[in-house]
Design a binder for this molecule. Structure first.
Ligand code: PEP
Ligand code: MG
Length: 767
């Protein structure tokens, strides 16, 4: 095969070859005649254009058999007779791996499966490319040549471009007969189960809504190329205008960061992109099909890039393509829609503020492609008890807008378009779960003491008034971490002193005498409020955030301290500062606090009965040198989410790196042990408020390193208390201490086995 003149339209130059081929494919599809005639003509067109001896199209049937639908070059009697299973033969292997397969010696390839009826014996070279649509393999396009030769990269890319278009055509109904289109439709819409990573436990179901909804169905080939080119031009103009408008209104934007918008803008104005879209339209595609085609090419190229920056840019390009598709479909603003009843939100990535903007009544579950358990969106979802599964990557494409979806947040499974028996199973499991919650509720008054008599304090993490009833439902002894920044992230402007006071007062009233540790607003990192000018910092998580920002620019923290003092008048007030790195930062924070206290005194207003000041230990600098805080704080809480992020130098928002580094790492556990012992040496018993304590194995290890106070998500309190009652803390400590020096990456498996042997996990999980 030699692909003369044929290169995919990459790099901004309009490539003659592919344009000619697409036009010929258009003609083949538009011909009079039976569906089989048109398909055969198409196969012939591709074969002659790419100068191959053989071109064959295999389509996947609902029973997962790949059937030869059309061929140019193999025996015609084999059509509709030759069938291969997924994974069977070279064709089956392409479908299974969903990747192109190239060989110059097909008959001797280990996967080769001989089918005498095809007469393929003389063909040595083989190139098979999967036909993928909505993340599913619909079939395989194969080209073969007699001569033994290895196809060049650009030849493979060209055939991939053809395959992308073929998949579009197969799904659109423009080529196949009605029955065959129905077969493809069935393939695209059959039930599927995807395995992801469980983040927020619970079962939820509803219709899938995409944060970036895909474009509605559209035709592939245009009847009037001129009109189509004009539509594309209009769509691009509208797209550019909408991106410009978004940039102009940056201050009031709540969903996309300025950096991302700047990138959109560059891409939206990219001439190369426009030229490739135009080339595709001039070859006879509709504007929508051209956008899809160019998007697939970008994904093929950038998806293979090693550089994470380039891979990230793929999301930007995808996003831009989605916006353009929506504009082409007549959705003039592409705005976020209100949620219908029982919605499951599907997105590749999402920030915490975005989640908070949705109406919680109708939002039942979250399916995210690429965020981690300790990302802020996960924390917010946990606080709102919205079942969530992540780690699905590109597999989220298998789900389509409007599909019925069941989320199993305990096992990390997503069931797309489930059958009625699956739905029924989940309905009864949901009932069981609520029975289990009721069991935990019955135990809420039991003491939280280990089997060897160590008292553990269990509090909950909160951030919204909505969280407060959990305090009493779970029997937790207080709120160990109230994330005040959530109020800052929800609205469109900095919350006033009055509204902050009202929130804190209401929370304290609802706590009914139990303590609440108010953590001052930890803005920065991924928690940037929409109305704040985004600072261009390369590493915002390690940048100007938390206490650093507060002491440099007291304009935000002073009103907050004022509100806290007012809300806690005549009762106890616990204030904790985030991201403490140096002891002097606590001095600075205290000085600000003193000024606010003086202000209250000057005015003759009531002060809190007692004020306790705490430091959050979430930088290795603070954890390693806790002694430096001697005499400066009344309490400390280890923020394990950030501490682990900085200890492992692994972004807490990146699921990809998070799964590499387990907090059960012996080094990390011994580091925590050092922090706990050093804190005790200066007379402070630290507590722990990282999300890791929601995992029973890690929770037991944290007790074993000496921690006696915890703040966990409300849903974890019941199981955690059971775990505490069944754990012998001293024995677990002895077990762990002997293993701190082990070279293992993680002690999880061994410690889990130890806990099981001692009946600890059974008690907490099984009930
Ligand atoms: C932490 O870092 O562990 C923590 C509890 O704070 P946040 O997750 O809000 O950063
Ligand atoms: Mg933190």
């Amino acid at each position: 095969m030699s692909i003369e003149n044929t290169r995919p339209p990459h790099g901004g130059h309009s490539d003659q070859g592919i344009t000619v081929l697409l036009r010929r494919m258009h003609d083949a599809v538009a011909r009079e005649g039976s569906a089989q005639d048109r398909l055969d003509h198409l196969t012939k067109t591709i074969a002659s254009h790419v100068v191959a001896d053989v071109c064959s199209i295999y389509l996947r049937r609902p029973d997962d058999i790949l059937e030869l639908y059309s061929t140019e070059g193999l025996n015609r009697e084999a059509v509709h007779r030759t069938r291969l299973g997924i994974g069977e033969g070279l064709v089956g292997l392409v479908a299974k791996n969903r990747r192109p397969l190239v060989t110059d010696d097909a008959p001797h390839h280990p996967a080769f499966a001989y089918r005498p009826e095809t007469g393929e014996d003389p063909f040595s070279s083989f190139l098979g490319v999967p036909l993928i649509r909505s993340g599913k393999t619909l079939g395989v396009l194969v080209v073969q040549n007699r001569a033994a030769r290895r196809y060049a990269d650009e030849e493979v890319e060209a055939v991939q471009a053809v395959a992308a278009l073929l998949a579009e055509i197969a799904a659109s109904g423009e080529l196949l007969s009605r029955e065959e289109t129905a077969v493809v439709g069935e393939m695209l819409h059959r039930p599927e189960t995807l395995q992801g990573v469980p983040i927020v436990a619970g079962i939820a179901s509803g219709s899938a809504v995409f944060l970036q909804p895909p474009a509605p169905k559209h035709k592939v080939f245009a009847s009037d190329v001129g009109a189509e080119a004009a539509r594309l031009e209009e769509g691009l103009t509208a797209l550019r205008a909408s991106v410009d408008a978004m940039l102009a209104e940056n201050k009031s934007l709540t969903d996309v960061s300025r950096d991302v918008l700047e990138a959109y803008r560059l891409f939206a104005y990219d001439r190369g992109w426009k030229e490739r879209l135009r080339a595709a339209v001039f070859s006879g595609l509709t504007a929508e099909a051209a956008v899809e085609q160019v998007k697939t090419e970008n994904r093929t190229r950038l998806g293979q890039a090693r550089d994470p920056y380039l891979r990230e840019r793929m999301h930007d390009l995808d996003d831009l393509a989605h916006r353009l598709l929506r504009l082409l479909s007549g959705d003039k603003n592409g705005a976020r829609r209100a949620l219908g009843v029982d919605t499951v939100l599907v997105a590749r990535v999402m920030g915490p503020a975005e989640l908070l903007e949705y109406d919680r009544q109708n939002l039942k579950g979250l399916v995210l492609g690429e965020v981690s358990a300790t990302s802020h969106v996960a924390i917010v979802a946990r606080a709102l008890k919205i079942p969530m599964v992540t780690g699905l990557g590109d597999k989220i494409d298998r789900c389509e807008e409007g599909d019925f979806v069941v989320i199993d947040g305990d096992r990390g499974e997503i069931h797309i378009r489930p059958t009625s028996d699956v739905i029924e199973t989940f309905r009864s499991r949901r009932e069981l779960l609520s029975e289990r919650q009721a069991e935990f509720a019955k135990e809420r008054a039991l003491p939280t003491r280990t089997s060897d008599g160590a008292d553990i304090t269990v509090m909950i993490n909160a951030g919204l008034v909505l969280d407060m009833p959990h305090l009493h439902e779970t029997g937790a002894s207080g709120v160990g971490l109230f994330r005040t920044e959530l109020q800052f992230l929800i609205g469109n402007a900095l919350p006033s002193v009055a509204s902050q006071t009202a929130l804190y007062r209401e929370a304290l009233d609802l706590a009914d005498g139990k303590p609440i540790v108010f953590r001052t607003a930890d803005i920065g990192g991924d928690k940037m409020a929409a109305y704040m000018e985004r600072m261009s910092e390369g590493n915002p998580a390690m940048g100007w955030r938390g206490l650093r920002m507060a002491v440099d620019r007291p304009g935000m923290i002073r009103p907050q301290l004022r509100a806290l003092l007012a809300a806690a008048a005549d009762r106890d007030l616990h204030i904790m500062f985030p991201m403490v790195t140096l002891a002097s930062e606590i001095d600075d924070a205290r000085a600000l606090m003193d000024r606010e206290i003086e202000r209250v005194q000057r005015r003759g207003d009531a002060l809190p009965k007692r004020i306790f000041i705490g430091a959050m230990i979430e930088t290795p600098a603070a954890a390693w040198h806790i002694g430096g805080l001697a005499g400066k704080v009344d309490f400390m809480s280890i923020g394990g989410n950030d501490l682990a992020q900085f200890y492992f130098a692994a972004d807490r928002d990146s699921e990809r790196v998070q799964r590499r580094y387990d907090p059960m790492n012996p080094g990390f556990l011994s580091f925590l042990k050092h922090a706990v012992t050093s804190a005790e040496a200066i007379g402070v018993a630290p507590s722990y408020c990282g999300e890791q304590a929601a995992d029973p194995v890690t929770a037991a290890a944290l007790i074993a390193v000496g921690l006696r106070g915890f703040s966990v998500p409300a849903s974890s309190v019941g199981p955690f208390k059971r775990l505490i009652r069944s754990l012998n803390a001293a024995e677990a400590e002895a077990w762990l201490e002997q293993r701190f020096g082990e070279p293992a990456d993680s002690l999880r498996d061994a410690f889990e086995a130890y806990l099981r042997q001692n009946g600890v996990l059974e008690a907490s999980i099984g009930g």
